[in-house]
Design a protein around this ligand. Sequence first.
Ligand code: URA
Length: 486
Amino acid sequence: MIDAFRVSLSAPDDFEGWRDAARGLAEAGVPPSAIVWEVEGEDGDLFGQGAPPPPPARAALAAGSFAVPRDFISLAKAAICHRDPERFALLYAMLLKLRANRRAMEDRADPLLDRLEGMAKEVRRDAHKMHAFVRFREVEDGDGTRFVAWFEPDNHIVRREAGFFVRRFTTMRWSILTPELSIHWDGETLREGPGATRAEAPAGDPVEETWKTYYASIFNPARVKVKAMLKEMPKKYWANMPETALVAPLLAGARAREIEMIERSQSMPSRVPTPDFVPMAGGGGNLAASWAALKTEALGCTRCDLHCHATQTVFGEGPLDARILFVGEQPGDQEDLAGRPFVGPAGEVFNAALAEAGIARETTYVTNAVKHFKFVLRGKRRIHQSPGADEIEACRWWVDRERGLIVPALTVALGGTAARSLFGKAVTIGKLRGEAQRLPDGSEAWVTVHPSFLLRLPDEAARKAERVKFVDDLKRIRDWAEALAA
Ligand code: URA
């Protein structure tokens, strides 16, 4: 008979506690059914005198360790914040699967993996809502001005997202109160406090003007989708948000502003190539401000763990009235250092092919499906790693917004990662290549290979043949975009 173990975690999002216990238990081959997971202070002492013992120290367990894929760590760090009480046990069951089969994360049909990914997705969505819907009220405390916000997350995300607010509002003194936990920033240190109630949060107007200006500047009249807006901005949060008062007038003026934007971009002088690709606001002030705000926000992106190791976010660049928007995979080593897409070896192949196809790169907008460089260190070299499905999914948020602002006639996926991001699912390049495709949002797209595919072909003849096909694709893309624009 197998002994039962009780693991007591220090907090509902205690990833380190879970990881340390889980590793030891997995090494000892303890089955999920023999472990009771609990969070200190939750539901009192469930077991009283008859409590099963805590897991033995790792030293006392079987020797040897095992490594898990990075995708799992990223999944576990998100899923552990989910409100589902079974999350610890489910993650442990997944860990055992990975111990038996290191490629278990690739089994897309596995219901356990599916459930955990669903949980991680909900957590990320909740985090996004927190980023978007926290609204501060200005109050005076003993030390001066403090900005205080009330927020009700669905999951245990407050600690996980604290860094976002520290980076975004570094110079302010602020507090975010939630039912489970409060966090306080004084400009230097982040402090945690107990949960609060809505009544403890200051009443009155949020810092209205600042938010209204921000909101009006990021509002893109060409992309108004009321249903989607309601879905993204649930009514639950409306009471906190001054800009909801702006929605009706902005919507009413949307069509007029859209026409004004179109007219203004048509009366612009023809585009002048910008040798260093300084992002150009072809569409005018509002669009430029929106793009700049989006880029600034992306520079602080923590939607997945890739930001922890990359040098910086590499955002898209190019004229904002570009007809063609190219989406690559992710920045490489050189792009990561330069902060610009396609400036390394793949960029050279891409530029040359574009020129041969008669497309001036300066007239196109070029971005990546994933905005941070993913790599493993080998000695001093940073070796490219393909982004995982969860990283592509997390970064899709930015690509969608870039496309929403630019509204290109044609979006081009360069390779499988870009296609996955645009179609929202894995697709086969060979099946879609060669003809226009429709994206889930109804817009037009083309799919072709990634320029680095050509670099990787060992055989000279195959490389030449594939390059001809790639340039042919680009020519058809050029003609199609011209036809659409006309
Ligand atoms: N590969 C890409 O997909 N994007 C870059 O920016 C560079 C290399």
